[in-house]
Design a protein around this ligand. Structure first.
Ligand code: CA
Length: 303
């Protein structure tokens, strides 16, 4: 397939806001490749390179790309078809005042461990331990409704969601808040655990193949991102507290279950307590991000 490549050298952002200038306008249904730089802008290249503080400019998101026909109230569908690492090493780091155990006395802040990519590009190495490469897009989102939100922070527009399901084979649906939607992404990892406890995965540059499509006048309006993985539908919510995040993710899922099965919200709530469940995306960004999964056998596309 002949794809246009959008590179971080063409344009990238460090803030999602309502007023973003597109560097490219895609047709509805176009397939693109986003070339991304690692979240730390290539500044960490050896174990001796340390992150003494979180830089002002972090998580460069390639784009933004406008999509023709996208209007506020629509849904932007992004099929993530492939993610390829485009450099020969990643890096996992700690930094002062960052991460889940930032006050732990025995844990060094800062600390860097470079994770080389093996020749087959199928695994990375931590010390002498092989870890299969399973790329994750850390930061992906659209122009916001009204706020200016750094690419370090997740919210209803997406942003720094650091969600392991944001990978090959997943379709992600975003609410469209501004004309064109204005999609941007970056901050990829070669591998990352649910939770991203130390504050990073194996941060690495990637080439990401996607197809973008506008869902006009959707049957269900979205407030936040929604994922369709190989086997489940997952609502995604971010908030300052875990309690608020899981409440929003559950509320979003109830609407989908109620609409699909013609249930009351109470029926949907009790049903949601039987299948799938809550999953932790990340706890460090500085809001927390969670998802509420429902197996695909119980939900079909709401659009
Ligand atoms: Ca991130």
């Amino acid at each position: 397939m002949n794809r246009t490549t959008i590179s971080y050298t063409d344009g990238h952002i460090y803030e999602f806001s309502p007023n973003l200038d597109p560097i490219y306008t895609a047709s509805n249904g176009e397939s693109l490749t986003f070339e991304t730089i690692d979240s730390l802008n290539k500044e960490i290249q050896s174990n001796e390179d340390l992150l003494h503080s979180i830089p002002d400019e972090v998580n460069a998101a390639t784009g933004p790309v406008a999509v023709e026909d996208a209007e506020p109230g629509d849904v932007l569908k992004v099929d993530i078809e492939a993610i390829r690492v485009n450099e020969d090493q990643g890096r996992v780091v700690t930094a002062p005042e960052f991460g889940l155990l930032q006050d732990h006395e025995e844990i060094e802040h800062p600390f860097t461990r470079v994770t080389p990519v093996d020749e087959s590009a199928e695994s990375i190495q931590f010390n002498d331990i092989d870890i299969p490469i399973k790329p994750v897009i850390g930061t992906i989102g659209v122009a916001t409704e009204s706020e200016v939100i750094p690419t370090l922070t997740p919210h209803d527009h997406g942003g720094n969601l650091d969600t392991t399901d944001m990978t090959e084979g997943t379709t992600v649906y975003f609410p469209v808040f501004q004309e064109g939607g204005l999609l941007a992404m970056g901050d990829s990892k070669a591998a990352m655990a649910d939770g991203e406890m130390c504050g990073t995965g194996s941060e690495i540059g990637t080439d990401i193949d996607v197809t973008v499509e506008v869902i006009d006048d959707p049957a269900i309006s979205l407030s936040r991102p929604l994922l369709h993985t190989s086997n489940a539908w997952k609502t995604v919510a971010s908030a300052e507290s875990m309690e608020d995040a899981v409440a929003s993710a559950n509320e979003d899922l109830l609407e989908l279950i109620a609409a699909e099965h013609d249930m009351s919200i109470t029926e949907a709530y009790t049903f949601s307590s039987l299948v799938g469940g809550l999953e932790i995306s990340q706890v460090v960004d500085p809001l927390v991000t969670v998802r509420n999964a429902c197996p695909a056998e119980y939900l079909s596309s709401p659009f």
